[in-house]
Design a protein around this ligand. Structure first.
Ligand code: ZN
Length: 308
């Protein structure tokens, strides 16, 4: 958290005309400066910069604002980063307020360990090697496996439970996260068994859930997901949003798919800015997430009834 006084000071000490000139070619019109808007396509200038008010604003698309907001939007960076970079330019030192500890921190750590444990298993056990062969057989390459953090859940029932226990996690937290379950006779067992695992992250990149694809042809359930938890709310996240962020920024576009496997195959084919909902209809929260990262969305749903 950055102090509001610092934010005000950074805005005050950053002359908007100088800042905007780095991105837009400006010419003087009366008290203000005008230029072609950097946020939308246009042929006549409607981007107005006021040295007096120290703001820059497009009359057409209304993007812009004070120096921090303008800078944040044009560079497509988080608010705090924008403040920090502009503070450095203006020679202002930032003292950060003590950051409140995230109450879910232990869950994120746990889920990250789960994903890493399965990743490790994919390449370091005999059963894992079989799973790896299966993936190679489906045109998955090592960089692809790495990018999506694919893993393998062993079939022995308790390996994850014992691993997490050994790492010092409480069994109640494992159960809350849904990766370990308790049977009627009181024993603990892993949710995923003999499955390829695909971690699902939140927009900050923390692993919050997993999907598992069975390798057993007799298993009637092809895919299972870890259940909704305090940190895994399917309607509030998009698969691959965090991992695809760099490509989304570059292309200023999100390609929206119906399922996470579409994201992976499109990535393999070179379309790297794909995201997907996790087995639910698109929610308002997800639409807002997309809007916060890119001005354009391409909807790549199936042409069936549900897709339409
Ligand atoms: Zn504009």
């Amino acid at each position: 958290m950055i102090d509001q006084k610092i934010i005000d000071l950074v805005n005050e000490k950053t002359p908007i005309v100088d800042l905007a000139s780095e991105f837009v070619s400006l010419s003087k019109r009366g008290k203000n400066y005008m230029g072609l808007c950097p946020f939308h396509d246009e042929k006549t200038p409607s981007f107005s910069v006021s040295p007096e008010k120290n703001i820059a604003m497009c009359m057409g698309c209304h993007e812009g604002g004070n120096p921090i907001n303008f800078y944040r939007k044009i560079k497509n960076i988080p608010f705090e980063q924008a403040v920090e970079e502009l503070a450095t330019r203006a020679g202002i030192e930032i003292k950060k307020k003590a950051v409140k500890k995230d109450p879910y921190e232990v869950y994120y750590r746990l889920m990250n360990e789960v994903a890493s444990f399965y990743q490790f298993n994919l390449k370091s056990s005999q059963k894992g090697m079989d799973a790896l062969k299966y993936l190679y057989g489906r045109q998955m390459t090592d960089p692809l496996i790495q990018h999506f953090r694919m893993g393998y859940a062993p079939p022995y029932g308790q390996t994850l439970y014992l691993f997490l226990k050994d790492k010092g996690f409480n069994v109640s937290d494992m159960i809350k996260m849904g990766v370990v379950k308790q049977s009627d006779d009181g024993n603990y067992y892993d949710l995923f068994s003999d499955r390829i695992t695909f971690p699902i992250t939140n927009p900050k990149g923390e692993v919050v859930g997993l999907s598992g694809r069975t390798l057993n042809p007799k298993d009637p359930v092809k895919y299972i997901n870890s259940p909704e938890t305090e940190i895994f709310k399917k309607g509030q996240l998009l698969y691959h949003l965090f991992e695809g962020m760099q490509d989304i920024r570059k292309s200023k576009e999100v390609v929206l798919y119906e399922g996470f496997f579409d994201v992976i195959s499109s990535y393999a084919a070179g379309t790297k800015n794909g995201v997907a909902t996790m087995g639910t209809a698109l929610t308002m929260d997800q639409a807002k997430l997309i809007k916060s990262v890119a001005p354009t969305v391409v909807i790549a749903y199936d042409g069936d009834k549900a897709g339409l």
